[in-house]
Design a protein around this ligand. Structure first.
Ligand SMILES: *Cc1c(COP(=O)(O)O)cnc(C)c1O
Length: 457
């Protein structure tokens, strides 16, 4: 029987008490692959990708338009994962040359790729144009000139661009992962009278950018993009942002006669990290957003554009877990008299920075056995030289948890490996996919030799 959220659907506990991922015993996994290891449940990841695509396609077809689903590669991208999501009918969003190269290596056609980034290099723009990407999402006024210059130099087709706007909607789990309020680096504001911006007095930076793109023959304006944040559990942020974007689109049409064809509503769909948390349901959110944009378009008297969305975390996150081996176990008496058991594992903030970065919460269980020992208040910590090196802030673990046990941490498939570092010169763990009981290494474990290979002595 599946353990349920926050675990991937393929995670079960066998009669012998050990966890299995897609039928493979974690003890076998640990013996073959070592620890720590990121473990991806391939069928679960594919199912989530398909579910998002089908839910949105269905809901938007109901209101008479289409939708494209882009997997946000920054959540976790490898050649295999790019292939999987593309096979499931998704496109891929990239935001750097590295992500672009990985998707291209996977054989994803350029036309199914998007390039994001608030500070794209000329080389990244060049690679994107060379690959024939379906869209470059422009993030600043200066970038308009840079993309136009690159397109002119190539002398080929006009470059397809979208303008990323900020709608003032602030949504998501943490200030640093909320991206559409005004005081941050992304996008162009739809608010009027922003300082230091050229253009007609009163024009917002967003409107100025849209007009600038229309004035460049080297660019083809596809539409408007908005991404409001991450780990969003309240759907209203999406509908409020969609209204703002559709309104801007109508204003541009009134001004220029050009009604842009596409609107991207970004990603940010929240997932469950802890037992009892409820992820955003793709069917529900798709219906809610579709009926909301239908109403707004009717109000504005404009036909609906084609939409796109960019889920990352909600596809890769729940499909992954991290398998650690337990080392030092240390009880610490707290000021209030309680005892907290510090359970050290063989990884930490180098393979999961999110607790230290955002105060993110995770859930862990003893993975190699069940225990009847009385549960204790535990904190799972890493092996790094920081007291903030915490993997799971607070969790009940069996009181007999001991060195050599395996611990599994749920929902680490997104922003785990992709944000990993070599802090303390710790090699980064492998990413191992499991499907129908068989493991396959997607990204091999880094070795100390790999690290030394970069060191020029
Ligand atoms: C990060 C990001 C996403 C994906 O966000 P998730 O929370 O992983 O769904 C999508 N679009 C843009 C522009 C992003 O920056």
């Amino acid at each position: 029987m599946s353990l349920g959220e926050p675990w991937s659907t393929g995670v079960t506990r066998g009669d012998d008490g050990a966890l299995r991922v897609a039928g493979l015993d974690v003890r076998t996994l640990a013996a073959q692959q070592g620890t720590p290891a990121y473990v991806l449940d391939e069928a679960d990841l594919r199912r989530r990708a398909r579910h998002y695509r089908e839910a949105f396609e269905q809901a938007f077809a109901q209101v008479g338009t289409g939708v494209d689903v882009y997997y946000a590669g920054k959540a976790f991208l490898s050649v295999a994962v790019a292939r999987w999501v593309h096979e499931e009918g998704l496109r891929v969003d990239t935001s750097t040359g590295g992500e672009l190269a990985t998707a291209l290596r996977a054989g994803v056609p350029g036309v199914d790729l998007g390039l994001h980034g608030n500070n794209k290099s000329d080389a990244e723009i060049e690679v994107a144009l060379e690959a024939g990407v379906g869209r470059i999402i422009v993030d600043s006024l200066v970038e308009i000139d840079r993309v136009a210059a690159a397109a002119r130099a190539r002398g080929a087709e006009p470059a397809p661009v979208m303008i990323r706007v900020t709608t003032g909607v602030h949504a998501g789990g943490h200030e640093y992962i909320s991206t559409a309020h005004e005081d941050q680096k992304f996008g162009l504001s739809i608010a009027r009278g922003a300082p230091g911006v050229d253009g007609e007095p009163g024009d917002s930076p967003a409107m100025t950018a849209l007009l600038a793109v229309l004035a460049r023959p080297e660019l083809r304006l596809l539409g408007i993009h908005s991404h409001i944040g991450s780990q969003i559990l309240d759907p209203s942020g999406f509908t409020v942002a969609a209204r703002a974007v559709l309104t801007l689109r109508a204003q541009l049409a009134e001004r220029t006669g050009v009604l842009v064809d596409e609107v991207d509503l970004g990603g940010g769909y929240g997932i469950a990290y802890l037992p009892g948390e409820v992820a955003l349901d793709p069917d529900r959110i798709a219906k809610e957003v579709a009926s909301s944009v239908e109403a707004v378009a009717a109000e504005l008297g404009t036909p609906l554009p084609r939409f796109s969305i960019e889920p990352g975390r909600s596809i890769a996150g729940p499909a992954g877990l991290t398998l650690y081996a337990v080392g030092t176990v240390k009880p610490v008496r707290l000021d209030d008299g309680r005892v907290r058991t510090y359970v050290s594992v063989d990884g930490g903030m180098s393979d999961n920075i999110r607790p230290a970065l955002y105060g993110a919460q995770y859930h862990a269980v003893l993975a190699d056995r069940v225990s009847t020992a009385e549960p204790v208040l535990a904190r799972v910590v890493g092996k790094h030289c920081e007291s903030g090196d915490i993997v799971v802030h607070e969790v009940q673990l069996p009181g007999d948890v001991q060195a050599g046990d395996l611990l599994a941490v749920a929902a680490t498939g997104a922003y785990g490996r992709s944000m990993a570092s070599n802090y303390n010169l710790v090699p980064r763990p492998p990413v191992v996919a499991v499907r129908e009981g068989a493991a396959r290494v997607l990204v091999r474990r880094e070795t100390v030799e790999d690290l030394l290979a970069l060191d020029q002595g």
